[in-house]
Design a protein around this ligand. Structure first.
Ligand SMILES: [Zn+2]
Length: 252
């Protein structure tokens, strides 16, 4: 399950990883906390029309990646907060889809290592995803109305945080980079120069894949919540290759 603040975050983020794991048999689900209703330049634009357009774009992109579906939580763009309302929505999504792994923006990043400020919605969405995955989703007494309504507690075992300053795993996305670029192109309202963007994504993927000898990669920060016994006792992740083997086995 990929949890994103805005439509297009998941496609700029771990789309190559998601597509690869889906190709390898995982089932993926995308959750967008907002519908990107403030993602434009025109102060006179109708935010609801923009939100509807961006949901259509995100659904088209999700089809390219191969997600089984997309949930939109319709929270306000630019005003996302890691509050109990958002956490409740995310716990409901997690308990419904029941993912092994949740991919979300790294909430610890305020300033990117190579420059720039991380959007507040990315930080809040990431923090809400972490707090929903652990401990709320696995605690039957958290949001008890969900359990009483039939959504039993669920243990998310791993978090993969995207856009991290301190990545500890890299996933080879050579086989799915073209789909990541095609998914990004579906966000036509956000992308003014698709060719330049494709070039930028290719060079970014090349940089992220280089340390593992892959033509294209995505760098993520893995947080293991529950060890898989059948993966052996060592979860220290000193060896990136081991981490990737685990990553490939996990459901998105
Ligand atoms: Zn965003």
């Amino acid at each position: 399950m990929v949890i994103a603040g805005h439509p297009d975050d998941a496609d700029f983020g771990p789309a190559g990883t998601a597509a690869r794991w889906i190709d390898e048999g995982s089932t993926g689900w995308l959750v967008c906390c907002t519908s990107g209703d403030a993602g434009g330049e025109d102060p006179d634009a109708d935010p609801l029309e923009l939100a509807a357009l961006r949901e259509r774009e995100q659904r088209a992109a999700a089809d390219v990646i191969g997600y089984a579906g997309v949930s939109f939580l319709h929270m306000p763009d630019g005003a996302l907060a890691n509050d109990l309302v958002l956490r409740h929505h995310l716990v409901r999504e997690i308990r419904t889809f029941r993912p092994d792994a949740v991919l979300a923006t790294d909430p610890t990043v305020i300033f990117y290592r190579f420059g720039g400020v991380n959007h507040v919605d990315h930080r809040e969405a990431g923090l809400a995803a972490v707090d929903a995955a652990y401990p709320a989703a696995r605690n039957p007494m958290a949001f008890p109305a969900l359990a009483r309504g039939g959504l039993a507690a669920h243990r998310v075992r791993r978090l993969y945080l995207f856009w991290p300053n301190e990545p500890n795993v890299r996933v080879d996305i050579s086989s799915t980079l073209d789909r990541k670029i095609a998914a990004l192109a579906a966000h036509a309202s956000q992308i003014k120069e698709p060719d330049k963007l494709a070039e930028r994504i290719r060079s970014w993927a090349a940089e992220e894949g280089e340390p593992i000898g892959a033509a294209a990669g995505e760098a993520l920060r893995l947080v293991v919540i529950d060890d898989d016994e059948d993966e052996g006792p060592d979860s220290s992740l000193a060896n990136a290759a081991d981490a990737e083997a685990g990553a490939a086995a996990a459901s998105t």
